[in-house]
Ligand binder design. Structure first.
Ligand code: MRU
Length: 369
């Protein structure tokens, strides 16, 4: 997608063929800074500190992390060390494990001398595949937007609500939830996005609003609690969110607060769709609510807020009384029964075991190995 007219991906291999470049998402929306990852440790720290974030991008970064590790030490021990270092960086997005398993399975049988080049090639392919997958999501999701647009008066926008950032910044390019939105915008369908601010880290306010704005898509940032009111008043045509892990039964794990939006959507007859690339499906988890690990993050993320002052300084201020305990669950699980459909690269599926297994049989058989 474009930043000030120039096309960017979130992560790429630099011209030296070794260093990995990535947009530092901790600095957005106030500063656009490129970070250089030169080692597996750098990649692990980038994921842990949320310099990069969003399930598909976490996976791509982990793949490049393995490539960086192979450059330094391509022995079996080096491969195992890289896997262990990266797998513990964040617990919820299954794309991390998926990418690490892909890399390890491909690299393990190779001679150590061949591993570095092969690892960079596979990491590049994982990143490129993510873009192709998201373009598939765009095409399938577009049909849902077009169906709403067909019922509107000429010029009247389709109103989509989204939560967190499942935009191009959360992937390598295009995004998942935003992919159909960008395609609809490209096709000239009037579209407007309600952007949940997404406390505590404000991925909606800081990232989704930034990327939609830079791409020229109309949007409005709303406090997280606003969605129910908008839905009651017919101001949301459909909700599209992303996900960090979809269980085999169709339960959907996504940024904390997603479940409440799904409840409000159900109560108001608003279709609630989840967009996902197939690496986000975890066939090893049968019950999302019981078995998906939910990341708990630092109290500081809730107790403080960071922003730009009128004179341009970036400052962090405390908004919770000293001494008040804070809970910071990063994700929640929306039960499959509240999901109108899963928008995947192979079509819009019912959120259930049979549909997921029929659409992605190869993923199911790999999980059974
Ligand atoms: O904690 P984050 O910012 O990594 O969480 C991101 C989300 O929850 C996204 O909605 C999800 O990863 C889907 S991204 C295409």
């Amino acid at each position: 997608m474009k930043v000030d007219g120039k096309h960017f991906r979130t992560i790429w291999l630099e011209a030296d063929g070794a260093t990995v470049g990535a947009i530092d998402q901790r600095r957005l929306p106030h500063e656009f800074i490129i970070a250089k990852l030169r080692s597996c440790e750098d990649a692990a720290e980038a994921i842990r500190s949320m310099l990069v974030r969003g399930a598909p991008l976490i996976g791509a970064t982990a793949a490049y992390g393995v490539a960086l590790a192979m450059r330094a030490d391509s022995s079996d021990a080096g491969l195992d060390r890289a896997y262990q270092m990266l797998i513990v960086t964040r617990p919820t997005a299954i794309n991390l494990k998926w990418a690490l398993d892909e890399m390890r399975t491909m690299l393990r049988p190779l001679a150590a001398s061949a591993r570095s080049d092969a690892a960079y090639a596979r990491a590049d392919a994982i990143a490129q595949d993510d873009i192709v997958i998201n373009q598939g999501i765009a095409r399938h999701g577009l049909a849902l937007i077009e169906a709403v647009a067909a019922r509107k008066k000429p010029g009247e926008p389709v109103n989509v609500l989204t939560h967190c950032n499942a935009g191009w910044l959360a992937t390598v390019d295009w995004g998942t939830a935003t992919a159909p939105i960008y395609l609809a915008h490209e096709r000239g369908i009037p579209i407007h996005v309600w952007v949940d601010e997404t406390r505590p880290r404000n991925q909606g306010a800081s990232l989704t609003a930034w990327e939609l704005g830079h791409h020229g898509v109309k949007h409005t940032v709303i406090p997280d609690n606003t969605g129910g009111h908008l839905m009651q008043h017919g101001m949301v045509d459909l909700a599209i969110v992303g996900t960090d892990r979809v269980a085999a039964n169709g339960d959907v794990c996504n940024k904390i607060g997603t479940y409440l939006k799904a409840l409000a959507a159900r109560d108001n007859g608003v279709p609630f769709y989840v967009a996902l690339p197939s690496p986000t499906i975890d066939f090893a988890v049968n019950d999302g609510i019981a078995d998906i690990p939910i990341e708990q993050r630092s109290a500081d993320e809730v107790a403080t807020m960071t922003g730009r002052t009128a004179d341009g300084r970036i400052e962090t201020v405390r908004v919770v009384p000293d001494g008040s305990p804070v809970a910071n669950y990063g994700f929640d699980v929306t039960p499959a029964r509240l999901v109108s459909g899963l928008i995947t690269e192979r079509g819009v599926l019912k959120a259930d075991r049979v549909s997921l297994a029929a659409a992605f049989p190869e993923r199911l058989s790999r999980a059974a190995e």
